[in-house]
Structures are given as C-alpha cells and as structure tokens.
Design a protein around this ligand. Structure first.
Ligand code: NIG
Length: 386
C-alpha cells in the first residue's frame, strides 16, 4: 500500500459538515481511501507527494443517471427536434434496434469510450443502465457489459414496450425471466413511468417485483408532463426519481417530506427543448436534489457534469455551492452511496479517494467560465486517472 500527499490545494470543497471548505489544504490518499484532510502545513509525510499549485479541488462528480450501453446514432432526430419536432419516447426503439444488432465488443467499446470521456471531465463514480436491449438475452448482455465498466448498474427493461410485443406479455417477461437473468448483475431496477412508456399501475408492478427480490428502486418520471412518477417513487421508497421536469405542488411536497432524491437532468431538458426542472423550488421546499448527465444517444448526448452544474447555476438559480453539492454528494445520496466506509461525493477520512482538481482557483469558475474544460487532475478510487 502506498500513500500519496496531495498538497497546495488553494480551495478544498469537502462536502463534509465538520471539515467544510478549507484554504491552503492537503489530502492524504491511502490506497483507495482518503486517509487525512486538513491544512497543508499539518500534513504528515507520505510515500509520494503531488503539489497542485494552488488549484481548487472537490470530490469527483457522481453521475447517478446515464444510459451508456447502446449502439447507433440519433443525429437526425436531434436535428428534427431543433427544427421544432417534439421529443417522444418513440426514438428509444431506434436505439434498441441498433443495440440488438451490435456485437458485445462494439457495445463494450462505446461504454469504455464514454466512461473515459466522463472521467477526463472529473466524473469518478458513475451509474449506468440497461434499457436498449429489451429481450432477456439483450438485457442480460447489457447488464453484463455495464457491470464491467460502471460503479453501479440499473436494470431498465421497462424502458418502453418493444415494437411488436403486447404490454402485458412484455411486463410478464420483465418481471419474470428478464429480472431473473439480470438480478445477479444489478443493484437497481428502474421504470420509465410516462405517457408512451409505462403507466402508474404497470410501473408499480415492475417496482414491486424488484423490491421482492431485494433490489433498490429508481423511477424515470415527470419528464414530459406532470404524471404519477413522483408519487409512485415516494410511496414505494425509491432512492431517486429522475427528470422531475414537470412537478405539481403535491409532487414537490411529497419529495420534500421523503428520502427520495429528485435527480435533475438539465442537459436533457435543454436537448429536448423542455423547460428546466424547478431546482430552486425543490430546494426551497426542503427536497434533496442531485444533478446528473443522463448521457444517452437520444435525449442528452453529453457526459459533462460541469455543463450540468453551470446550467443549474446560470439558468436554474442554484448557488455554485448548491449545484456542486448536487452533482457530488447529491448524486451519492441518489445512489445511497454517501455513508460509511468508501462513501462517495465527500472528502473525509474513510471516504473513497475520488478527487477532482480544477485548473481554477475556486469552484465558482465552473459557472463563471462555462464550457471551458477545467479538469486538471483526477484521482479515482485512489488511482491517478487523468
Ligand atoms: O432518460 N426517458 C427515458 N429514457 C432516456 C431517453 C432515452 C432515449 O431517448 O434514448 C432519458 O431521457
């Protein structure tokens, strides 16, 4: 085991209530864990030493919502949207067709490429989903490839009802043999609860089958209109309900009084020409929010968490600190990975050693210099990865 002292941190955002934000700070990494955090002048010597020259550092981004196991390209659909066509769940079927036709190696290469793209922009912990296979064999293959490359894997067999299948038959497959096939590979089960995908009763059926097998619950909801997704997620104790673009007052109140995180996907809202999710309203009501990229080839083809943070500040009226927290500790809470040994989204002794150094003196530059690649260095699980 080797220890590394990272020193010369001009501004350190820890997300830890007691440590807070430090100036002229240092961090000691011991193998895959943070061993020490404090003023640079008090740091103990280590086997190796890296001076980051006064730059700002923060926990790596926790991207709690991506769909990276896919093939094909939907540029034409994006162009049509920018010319005024609405986004609909129907485009997913195009990606399903291309994904089924792709080889394992092609799918794995895409996931690898996108994970690398994300890490080089400061993402250190990443969830990804199945959902473009939609047969037992294709979903199992997607789950296997996801598990090889992502920190957390979600089964999204209930993404849409595949063309040429009836909804009842398909739900019987999703909650039966498909769930059996993926269960050993995934921690979470998700459902797209939206008009054009699954209604409240169908979604509840999927989530209850998952809960019976001891899997954690997530919901895609309230993306294209107000609907039952938030209520369902809160009632069943889902860890997160994702999108939350259209919320009633009752939805906001329900989220504020629950442990379900509202995961907001600003890049998706922009790319689908929806209004931006009401981040300020949620925070003011007392809800916990996360920011995630929703990287996928249809509604949000970006891995940039910095873009999401800048958008949340510039357009959704969050402070920089609120947005950075939502993209780090908020994402960790949405994945229930924020406590105990190896917690992510926080820098304190015992946390996973995930550190993001910015080529900037403060985290404010993430919004002050939008679109500028500010990642200077990344340690992921204790290893220098960029
Ligand atoms: O989170 N909303 C459902 N699923 C994805 C979109 C996938 C696609 O359009 O391919 C999402 O936006």
């Amino acid at each position: 085991m080797t220890t590394t002292l990272i020193t010369g941190i001009g501004e350190l955002t820890t997300n830890d209530d007691e440590l807070g934000r430090l100036s002229d700070a240092a961090v000691v990494i011991d193998d895959s864990r943070i061993a020490w955090v404090g003023p640079a002048g008090h740091a103990e010597p280590a086997d190796a030493r890296v001076d980051v020259g006064g730059r700002a550092a923060l926990p790596g981004w926790v991207d709690s919502h991506t769909h990276l196991v896919f093939a094909g390209d939907r540029t034409a659909e994006f162009e049509a949207r920018m010319a005024g066509q609405p986004y609909s769940a129907g485009g997913i079927a195009r990606t399903v067709e291309a994904t089924r036709a792709a080889s394992d190696d092609e799918l794995a290469a895409t996931v690898r490429r996108l994970v690398r793209e994300a890490v080089s922009q400061g993402t250190t912990y990443l969830e990804t989903k199945t959902g473009y296979g939609l047969t037992v064999a294709d979903e199992a293959r997607s789950a296997r490839i996801a598990a090889e490359h992502a920190d957390e894997v979600t089964f999204l067999g209930a993404h849409i009802v595949p063309p040429d299948t009836g909804a009842d038959d398909y739900l019987a497959t999703v909650t039966g043999p498909m769930l059996d096939a993926v269960a050993p590979l995934v921690r979470w089960v998700d459902v797209f609860c939206e008009s054009g995908a699954f209604d409240a009763a169908q979604s509840e059926r999927v989530l209850r089958a998952a809960a019976e097998r001891g899997l954690g619950l997530r919901v895609h909801g309230n993306q294209l209109a107000e609907g039952p997704g938030v209520e369902l997620a809160v009632r069943l104790g889902a860890a997160s309900v994702d999108h939350c673009t259209y919320l009633s007052d009752a939805d906001v109140d329900a989220l504020a009084g629950s442990d379900t995180v509202a995961t907001l996907l600003p890049a998706c809202d922009l790319s689908t020409r929806q209004p931006l999710a009401p981040a300020r309203r949620l925070l003011d009501a007392g809800a916990v929010i996360a920011l995630a990229s929703n990287a996928n080839p249809g509604s949000s083809y970006t891995t940039s968490m910095a873009f999401c943070v800048a958008t949340a500040v510039l357009q959704q009226r969050l402070s920089v600190d609120e947005a950075v927290w939502a993209a780090t500790r908020g994402g960790a809470k949405a994945l229930r990975a924020d406590t105990g040994d190896g917690a992510v989204g926080v820098l304190r002794p015992g946390a996973r050693a995930d550190l993001h150094v910015l080529d900037a003196p403060s985290v404010t530059h993430l919004a002050y210099r939008p679109g500028v690649p500010l990642t200077a260095a990344v340690w992921r699980n204790g290893v220098r990865d960029f």
